[in-house]
Design a protein around this ligand. Structure first.
Ligand code: AN7
Length: 361
């Protein structure tokens, strides 16, 4: 059978590094194994000699990195006999929870901040049949309620405070090491609850301790300026940003992320909404890669730190693009209003020809 090479998800692939048994029923949608794309055009615009790769996590089954953690969390919930899962979410966790619960045949309850989640994510939670509870409050308020209610109802929390989530998410670091043949020099991520940066560090450290690789990257976490508790040094009560996925003021992995910064000799920094949107647009226009605004925070920060020399020439840098651009079509379209890329003309050959000639560079 020369062509038999079926990929069946990250639990199957990394079975001996994950907390599963031989007879565990795996709840999978074929997540993981996402592209690591080397940027061709953006590095030249920075005027620096660096290698930038983007890990396109938006190509997971529900369009974000959350699937890596959710396959583990739901697999373990089912193994432990749970009939329902619950989460608070800025959108992507709810989409993943809804899909994996559907796959497992259990119920999902998701708490989302009213009016503050991207359209694609809301559509996903609803179409997969989750019970969507909109709250008149933000993610942080929802998270507190979820913790309280799970102590009084038969539901399993699948937010990243569930340790199986980070176990699943650490596999992204494994994939990067396997593909590059070593860890990169810098790994940049957008930070909300700081679960993902923590999980990546776990993955790199596990491969390092096992002698699979002899280096580890500096971990760099970028936050949106209006939602940047790691920059303020304390929790933020009214987080705001166009990047609604990371509109989080009370990160759940606070202590863990500070430890990651210290152990990896990395840093945190912030990006304005304008920088985030500009990076999203540059990536789509110059590289053909479409990520959601929150995801572009990693590249926005990295580009600034490369230009300033804080990330030195000769570095190999990985930026995680956490979610797919299709999640948030409204922000994408808003980015292109008044840019002249859409013109409306009569339905005639002449009119269309005119539009082509007018817009040739
Ligand atoms: C696209 O869905 O917290 O630092 O409730 O959706 O691990 O929290 C989303 C987080 C980055 C931040 N990029 O990751 C949720 C949620 C995207 C995200 C983050 C999120 P963490």
């Amino acid at each position: 059978m020369p062509f038999r090479n079926r990929y069946t998800g990250l639990i199957d692939k990394y079975r001996d590094r994950l907390p599963v048994h031989d007879d565990t029923r795996v709840i999978s949608l074929g997540e993981g194994n996402t592209p690591l794309i080397r940027l061709n055009n953006i590095p030249a615009t920075l005027g620096r000699d660096v290698d930038i790769y983007v890990k396109y996590e938006g190509l997971n089954p529900t369009g974000s990195f959350k699937d890596r953690g959710m396959t583990m969390a739901v697999t373990k919930a089912v193994e432990e006999g749970s009939k329902a899962i619950i989460c608070a979410s800025t959108g992507n966790t709810s989409a993943a929870a809804a899909a994996y619960a559907a796959r497992a045949g259990i119920a999902a309850f998701v708490l989302i901040p009213e009016g503050k989640i991207a359209m694609g994510k809301l559509a996903q939670a609803m179409i997969h049949g989750a019970v969507v509870i909109q709250i008149k409050g933000n993610f942080d308020a929802g998270m507190q309620i979820v913790k309280d209610v799970a102590a009084h109802a038969p539901v399993t929390i699948v937010n990243s405070i569930n340790p199986y989530r980070l176990q699943g998410q650490k596999t992204a670091a494994f994939e990067i090491v396997e593909e590059l043949g070593a860890a990169p020099d810098y790994h940049c991520l957008p930070v909300g609850n700081a679960g993902n940066i923590t999980a990546h560090w776990m993955g790199y450290s596990e491969y390092h301790e096992n002698g699979i690789v002899n280096n580890r990257p500096r971990m760099v976490g970028y936050q949106a300026s209006g939602s940047a508790p790691f920059l303020r040094g304390h929790m933020v009560d009214n987080p705001e940003t166009v990047a609604t996925a990371i509109r989080i003021g009370h990160p759940q992995s606070w202590d863990k992320a500070w430890k990651v910064r210290e152990e990896s000799e990395g840093w945190f920094d912030e990006c304005s909404d304008e920088e985030i949107l500009a990076a999203q647009k540059q990536l789509t226009e110059k590289e053909g890669v479409f990520c959601e605004p929150a995801s572009a925070t990693s590249l926005a920060g990295a580009m600034r730190d490369i230009k300033s020399g804080k990330i030195p020439e000769g570095s190999k840098i990985v930026c995680t693009l956490t979610g797919n651009g299709l999640k948030d079509p409204e922000t994408a379209i808003r980015q292109c209003e008044n840019s002249g890329v859409m013109v409306t003309v009569e339905a005639t050959m002449d009119a269309v020809k005119g539009a082509i000639l007018d817009n040739m560079e």
